[in-house]
Design a binder for this molecule. Structure first.
Ligand SMILES: Cc1cc2nc3c(=O)[nH]c(=O)nc-3n(C[C@H](O)[C@H](O)[C@H](O)COP(=O)(O)OP(=O)(O)OC[C@H]3O[C@@H](n4cnc5c(N)ncnc54)[C@H](O)[C@@H]3O)c2cc1C
Ligand SMILES: NC(=O)c1ccc[n+]([C@@H]2O[C@H](COP(=O)([O-])OP(=O)(O)OC[C@H]3O[C@@H](n4cnc5c(N)ncnc54)[C@H](O)[C@@H]3O)[C@@H](O)[C@H]2O)c1
Length: 458
């Protein structure tokens, strides 16, 4: 049995970064990845990078104002081709980055625990048993397929993975779920020229956001042709001659949609089912995530977990930050924890993107703050005017007692960049006047933070 100082299960963002960092310190490391099509993990193969590439091409396609569906479909096929090339290049680069490290051995096979220090690997041709002093679980999340009659049998039901492999632009697409993936794909396919219908079980769209922001997002997507049905219960999916029929109940009314394809985007859950965690004595939470403390240590002291598998926010930058916590635990002063990174910013890459950090107005009031609020339409921003991207709304929430920024939501072009500026101001404890009076380059979207915070009542 081969012995390693560190075994990393899963080639995700945290795992690959940790593997390289440990190898750079001379450690003997094994990385186990179940599929050669997943070297580099979810983000580069089936997650952030391919989706954002398609979001980009969808925007370019829209700008071309193509007059026929055939032209739009050609544009879409070319976008899928480009996305595939990009992903293949990144996957190869990720493979090489680890492969070139002398002390890293990459196993392509499915890993499971045999005991607290032993990992069983099932490769395509062989079985291998490895011994690890320290073990790191980085197996990500898997797609939740809801229990809907006919969904598993239908030939027209896709996940985000399989849909991004399809080179034919759907004329009509029904998306089940209006979360991150549902909204990003709705915006993207509407941009490419598909008719998009989104069905979600929540009463309202974007329930965690303030209603003014949620309404601005909804109206913007509706102007692109997206149709939303909320508060729906989906009863069945049936294949028909040319596509599928989705039957659902909305406000006690039974309704049907015919469609070419259905995208299921109803969430992702920690990927722990096949790991045989009980053989190592590792506890899981009631939601099936690996149970960890604030330093990502499982209930077995030499085993850690990072990324989506621990059941926290599912973002690539969180998995990356998890690796920093582990490195600090191994080589630093052991002070870095998952609590340090509050608040966590996020962006939903619809067009324009919607980004938030910190509290909404409603959350701040519910938490007992006395708040001051500013709202700025994107149409008032010179940069947005010159690039003809005037869609959107910006909102800031400030603590009336301390002038500290409690939260900010930016629904406008480039918001995925701008939100990082607000985040830095917040974590460094700046009053809102810092952004109000800061020098920004001109004409830029960031300078609108001057205007937004200028509108906070004194
Ligand atoms: C469509 C989509 C779009 C997204 N867009 C964004 C975005 O724009 N921004 C953002 O920050 N996040 C985004 N995310 C989320 C982000 O991709 C994930 O949070 C992140 O990739 C999780 O990384 P991870 O380190 O937890 O593991 P992953 O990258 O998921 O890696 C886990 C790896 O473990 C392997 N594995 C699993 N089980 C085993 C086993 N038993 N043995 C061996 N190998 C195993 C898997 O094959 C996989 O390669 C998106 C996700 C999706 C699905
Ligand atoms: N931009 C980003 O950072 C980004 C992009 C994509 C995905 N992600 C990550 O991937 C994860 C998964 O994304 P997701 O969109 O699949 O999940 P999600 O949890 O964001 O949204 C799932 C949606 O599906 C709805 N839903 C669930 N069951 C349903 C049913 N039976 N019928 C109708 N609606 C139903 C829910 O109400 C919810 O709105 C997210 O948690 C996110 O962290 C991030």
């Amino acid at each position: 049995m081969e012995h390693f100082e560190a075994i990393i299960i899963g080639f995700g963002k945290g795992g690959k970064t940790l593997a390289a960092a440990l190898a750079d310190r001379g450690k003997k490391v094994a990385v186990i990845e179940q599929s050669k099509m997943m070297y580099g993990g979810t983000c580069i193969n089936i997650g952030c990078i391919p989706t954002k590439a398609l979001v980009h091409h969808s925007k370019l396609s829209q700008l071309k104002k193509l007059s026929s569906f055939e032209d739009q479909a050609t544009e879409y096929r070319s976008a899928i081709d480009k996305k595939m090339k990009l992903v293949a290049a990144l996957r190869q680069k990720n493979f090489e980055n680890l492969d070139k490290k002398e002390t890293v051995t990459l196993y392509t096979g499915k890993a499971s625990f045999a005991s607290p220090h032993e990992i069983f690997v099932q490769t395509e041709t062989d079985t291998v048993m490895l011994h690890g002093e320290q073990i790191y679980i980085n197996t990500g999340a898997t797609i939740i397929i809801p229990d809907i009659d006919g969904i598993k049998e239908s030939k027209h039901v896709h996940t985000s993975n399989s849909l991004m492999e399809r080179t034919v632009l759907p004329k009509r697409i029904v998306i089940i779920g209006a979360g991150y993936i549902g909204l990003e794909f709705a915006s993207m396919y509407a941009g490419f020229g598909s008719e998009v219908i989104v069905l979600d079980s929540h009463r309202d769209l974007l329930e965690r956001e303030d209603r003014d922001i949620a309404q601005a997002v909804r109206s913007s997507l509706e102007r692109k042709g997206v149709i939303f049905h909320n508060n729906t219960i989906i009863e069945s999916v049936r294949d028909s001659e040319h596509g599928a029929i989705v039957t659902y109940v909305e406000a006690d009314q039974k309704r049907q949609e015919t469609t070419d394809v259905i995208l299921v985007a109803t969430g992702r859950k920690p990927n722990t089912d096949d790991l045989q965690l009980s053989k190592a004595g590792i506890a899981i939470t009631d939601r099936g995530a690996v149970q960890v403390n604030e330093q990502l240590q499982t209930t077995v002291p030499h085993i850690f977990a990072m990324g989506d598998v621990v059941g926290g926010p599912q973002f690539t930058y969180i998995s990356l930050d998890d690796h920093r916590i582990i490195m600090d635990h191994l080589y630093g002063n052991k002070r870095r924890t998952t609590q340090d990174r509050q608040p966590v910013p996020y962006s939903v890459f619809i067009d324009p993107p919607m980004s938030r950090v910190g509290l909404t107005e409603q959350e701040a009031i519910a938490a007992g703050y006395e708040v001051k609020v500013a709202l700025l339409p994107a149409a008032a921003i010179p940069r947005a005017k010159l690039s003809e991207e005037t869609e959107g709304l910006l909102k800031a929430v400030v603590d009336a007692q301390t002038d500290r920024i409690l939260g900010c939501t930016l629904f406008c072009t480039e918001s995925h960049e701008m939100i990082n500026i607000v985040h830095i101001a917040m974590v460094t404890g700046q009053p809102y006047t810092f952004l109000r009076d800061h020098i920004f380059t001109h004409p830029s979207m960031s300078e609108s933070l001057n205007d937004l915070f200028q509108m906070i009542p004194r």
